[in-house]
Ligand binder design. Structure first.
Ligand SMILES: Cc1cc2nc3c(=O)[nH]c(=O)nc-3n(C[C@H](O)[C@H](O)[C@H](O)COP(=O)(O)O)c2cc1C
Length: 375
């Protein structure tokens, strides 16, 4: 039954819905998708329908990873459910007070796809980069973005989630990044501490937290927060901020780091009590409209680099028996690319571009393809 529904869904999505969506630019389609999610969030009817669709197509496939037990090992990566941008904390707080949905998808997406990582959120709200910030490359099934960490800031995000605490999903992560442009390590530590505490202070305890050490689309040096000293101090700051709340802490890193850097980072993660590493964020590449700007590439073009990062981390983990789980992320678009990550040593995976190319039930399709050994 599940296979029949998924086959029909794949046919409809790939032959009709995707063609319609792809008539709009990636940027416009992205904005429309967020509006649609906001609409789904407020309708109890859709809430029930999405939950029913989830039960129909997602098998219960529990998996322990990074200190949490998830309903499913395919997690929707950070960057979709991350919220609107605001100029100031006051404006973001006022929007929450007015009852606006400042994090479109917070309710609908987890209902439909299971585990979702919310964010990235930064200490202060950000409007993100102006102009066109999302692109797609259909031939390689890739995405590219320079959203620039547009988000409502941790305080408003925490207040919003607290306001809706009775409808929060059973599994969700919160991804936190240092604000671009904050270069001094002491300031970065303060930002991290305040950011984690903003959520915990509102008694928002996600299933896991992710410390995002890699933000390639903000003209910030993507490697800058991934040196030994900085990584150690930021991981400790996050760990200390979580304190006795005991929420598992994951870290997200970049592709294309030097082999030695991955080795050092994994040791630091182990030593600072990080429970999982997400490899990887997007590849920094020139933006399609302006080569002087950087935009992060995901999907097919990221796959090889992310897979290589997972392989290196897995080898290092096996060599030293580090208790740090590895979560693959980069071009997981079908059963085949998923299988490659599992074979390389990933304990679970995250996906984003698959949503664009295979639609909202991408994770169910990918899992089914893995099970049936096709694609
Ligand atoms: C539009 C867009 C926005 C994103 N924003 C974030 C973000 O805020 N934080 C983050 O950690 N990753 C972000 N990402 C990266 C994804 O989480 C993921 O790491 C990346 O797209 C690679 O996965 P994929 O190959 O399946 O797309 C974003 C990706 C896209 C396409």
């Amino acid at each position: 039954m599940r296979t029949v529904i998924l086959t029909l869904y794949a046919f409809l999505y790939e032959n009709i819905i995707r063609r319609l969506i792809f008539r709009s630019s990636a940027h416009d389609a992205h904005r429309q998708m967020l509006r649609l999610l906001a609409f789904f969030d407020r309708s109890p009817l859709f809430d029930n329908l999405l939950a029913a669709a989830h039960r129909l197509v997602f098998p219960s496939h529990e998996r322990s990873v990074g200190g949490v037990r998830l309903s499913n090992p395919l997690i929707l990566a950070a960057g979709l459910v991350k919220g609107e941008g605001f100029e100031t904390e006051e404006k973001a707080a006022a929007a929450v007070a007015r009852g606006e949905n400042i994090i479109p998808g917070w309710r609908a997406m987890p209902r439909l796809v299971g585990p979702v990582e919310f964010g990235s959120f930064t200490r202060h709200p950000r409007l993100g980069n102006p102009g066109v910030v999302v692109w797609r490359d259909e031939t390689t099934r890739s995405t590219q973005n320079r959203v620039g960490l547009r988000n409502p800031g941790v305080k408003a995000a925490a207040a919003f989630l607290a306001r809706h605490r009775h409808h929060l999903p059973p599994y969700f992560g919160i991804n936190i990044a240092v604000s671009p442009g904050v270069t001094e390590l002491n300031r970065q530590e303060i930002e991290i501490t305040e950011s984690f505490r903003a959520f915990l202070g509102q008694n928002i305890r996600p299933t896991w937290f992710t410390l995002n050490l890699s933000c390639p689309n903000t003209e910030d040096d993507p490697g800058s927060r991934q040196t030994e000293e900085q990584t150690r101090r930021l991981c400790r700051a996050a760990r200390d901020a979580i304190g006795t709340d005991n929420v598992p802490l994951w870290v997200k890193i970049s592709p294309e780091l030097a082999h030695e850097q991955y080795r050092v980072l994994l040791r630091v993660f182990y030593e600072t009590g990080i429970q999982a590493v997400i490899a990887t964020n997007t590849l920094p590449r020139p933006a399609p409209d302006d080569p002087a700007l950087t935009a992060g590439v995901g999907g097919g073009k990221l796959h090889a680099a992310a897979l290589e990062a997972v392989r290196l981390l897995a080898q290092e983990k096996a060599l030293h028996h580090y208790a740090v789980d590895i979560i693959g992320c980069g071009g997981i678009l079908d059963g085949c690319s998923y299988r490659q990550f599992c074979a390389a040593g990933a304990d679970a995976v995250q996906y984003w571009s698959a949503l664009v190319y295979r639609g909202p039930l991408a994770a169910a399709l990918i899992e089914s393809e893995l099970q049936h050994g096709n694609a």
